[in-house]
Design a protein around this ligand. Sequence first.
Ligand code: GLU
Ligand code: ZN
Length: 278
Amino acid sequence: MITRFAPSPTGPLHLGHAYAAIVAHDMARAAGGQFLLRIEDIDRARSKPAWEAQIYEDLRWLGLRWDGAVLRQSERLPAYRACLEKLWAAGLLYACTCTRRDIEAAASAPQEGVPLGPDGLLYPGTCRARGAARPGQPLPEVALRLRMDLAATDGAFTETGPAHRGRPEISRDSMIRDVGDVVLARREMGTSYHLAVVLDDAAQGITHVTRGEDLFAATAIHVTLQRLLGLAVPVYHHHGLIRDDQGKRLAKRDDARALAKYRAEGATPEDIRRLVGL
Ligand code: GLU
Ligand code: ZN
């Protein structure tokens, strides 16, 4: 078993992160497996070395030791690029120059608002025809979207988390209708969260992905990509989210306290485990 914790160095770790890290760590240790660390720093504008250093410090303080070298997404751009080139040449991607405004204006029933997919506004497909690859055309340096109609297939994956335990089905129709042509490369990033996470989980040999249940819809995209790219599909374990007494997600609260703050106030790693209900 190989699990991972994959934080973005864009701010301090808080209780929700601690929970996710402990779940992944404990699952691997209980099985005599490996627990890996990946720094998801493709958002160059928001990622800061100081936050990355804080992640290492917080994990060490929590007593979570990771195996092997840390993988940083910022060092993986050539791998993302190679995959995009392949998908582009196969006609599975198209260039999209739409702004948020364009997407709103192109919606079939704008008065009802643009329907939402897992990444925000559901893309109406405006650029699908005009952005397609012409033979021999190099990868354009704009946003690239996946032709979901060509990419998605019916299938199931294995889920061990409490809310969806079993073999949740992914339907091609629903991927086309409810998810749409997701962005696989943002112009300024050379990749996207979905593409990077799928290629990195494969490169790190992750067998069990533990993540919050807020990412359940994203998992369907990831499994679709794994099948398309011929990658192994890991087992998924979606865990609950840490909430306060009012049911509000701790991670989303303005006053969500950084782990470092609990520590400065004298909390122990055992206190943190107790606070997150472990
Ligand atoms: N960087 C992502 C996060 O912290 C990784 C989660 C995932 O892909 O499972 O939410
Ligand atoms: Zn477009």
